[in-house]
Design a protein around this ligand. Sequence first.
Ligand SMILES: Nc1nc2c(ncn2[C@@H]2O[C@H](COP(=O)(O)OP(=O)(O)OP(=O)(O)O)[C@@H](O)[C@H]2O)c(=O)[nH]1
Length: 538
Amino acid sequence: MTHSKEQQLAELKRHFGRRVMDQARLVINAWQSLDDVLWNPAWHAEFVQHCAKLHKLAGRYESERVQGPIGRLVGLLEQTEGRKPPSSNVIEQISDNIRLLADGCSRRNDDHDGSLTIAGRKPVYICFEDTAQATSLAEQLNFFGIPAQVISDQKDLDRAMHHRLPAALIVGVEFDGDGVAAVKTVQANLTKPAPVFFQSLEEPDIHLRLAATRANGVYFQEGQLDIGLLVKHLSNIYNFRSEKPFRVLVVDDSKAQAMSVERTLNGAGMVTQAVTEPMTVLSVMQTFQPDAVLMDMYMPGCTGIELAQVIRQQQRYDTVPIVYLSAEQDLDKQMDAMGQGGDDFLTKPAAKEVLITTVRNRCLRNRGLKDQMIRDSLTGLLDHINTLGALNEAIQAAREQHQPLCFAMIDIDHFKDVNDTYGHAVGDRVIRSLALYLRQRFRMSDSIGRYGGEEFALVLPDTTIDIAEQLLNEVCHGFSQIQHEAGGEMIHVSFSAGVASMYSDQEDASTLSRAADEALYVAKRNGRARVCVYGRDD
Ligand SMILES: Nc1nc2c(ncn2[C@@H]2O[C@H](COP(=O)(O)OP(=O)(O)OP(=O)(O)O)[C@@H](O)[C@H]2O)c(=O)[nH]1
């Protein structure tokens, strides 16, 4: 009797947990949509409503992981109105709390079934003639935190599309007689068709490829599906708006002009800072760290071109784009400005959409360039030096905020055998899969690095050693379940991990990484495919 009551309670908890997650997804999606819809009364009313509902649900059923950020969001929204966007400070705080919310929701569900529910993720629909193959693929995708639903036939697909639009479709060309035709039919009514990944066991001819392209096929896989590659493409689709809002410096001696530009950019969720006194631009750049600079051409004391050149003299601002925003109509002068440190030229008054799109594209490119400089090219993870940099920063923050911190090292088991038996290309794919897997399973606030060849490192802020061990055990188990395609064969690969926590203020990056390394050595010695904790396991 007691047992069934407990079961009922657990079921109830799961049910409400899911409701909270669904509502959190709506909140996150609404915030992300600001990019396109721009701050307006209808959007604002909807966003406020979604937040209020989540606040109520979280208060009733959920943990502080959701309650904290949603409580703060509701408080922040009280300071806002639909007619005009809030200040940069408020935008930054809203976006910080949205990130915390996504973190809180992506960490774990209570089902312990190996799957990970991530708020804000639309499902992927899998349409294969062979449902066993589809089910297996869905399980694999779940391991990567990608919700997948198996579709049985055209009718089922119609129903599913009607119920909820997917992030993508994965379709075998044999599905329900003709997979390409089935998809084309359902896509026909959509204003924004879903991207489709087609698969065919036989080599598709040009007619089939063309038909697939017309059905919004973005990828065509011949033969066995390569899960690693598929997840890589899917994670691009899932990639949320860059984690932090773009930061734009507006240099204009006219306060009114600067304010008007700021308001437009704030409306698209960007954080801005105005400089009306050109001589202060360098010191403001240092504290504000912009992703892009919007520069007026003519100001008292110096011209925008001169200022752009001064900025360009400093190597650390090499990648920061400078966009001129000026009433200058003379094409020669515009070209001249572009040739001297500028990246783009917009004439005042610039249409809102043009201004936002230009600035956003420039910011995106800048972040992309910066990313390339600190990331490993095979996996897109932080490289060795920048992982240590992230660890140092996290140690500092943990000390200041009196929070726990863990550092883990992961090493793929018997990796030499994988290379020797199946070749380096397969080895590389396994490395990429693990990188993707780690990215999907850990929070945005965790830093993940490729420490060396087949060695990875994790910096886990605000995480106790018990939680870190539990997470790593789950990830260790989950990864060993993934099937990797290796020359027509499906293989399983495991990893070992060592984890250490910061236990005193004396600790630095080198002692912590040495401790994690020692624990990793113990894990290898004790039989591999396991997680060991420094100072406890030996
Ligand atoms: N394919 C591929 N292989 C790599 C890369 N970096 C390192 N390796 C290989 O990884 C293998 C690591 O082998 P070992 O250090 O002997 O360890 P292991 O075989 O994984 O065995 P244990 O760690 O003891 O379980 C070496 O053969 C390296 O050449 C890479 O980027 N791509």
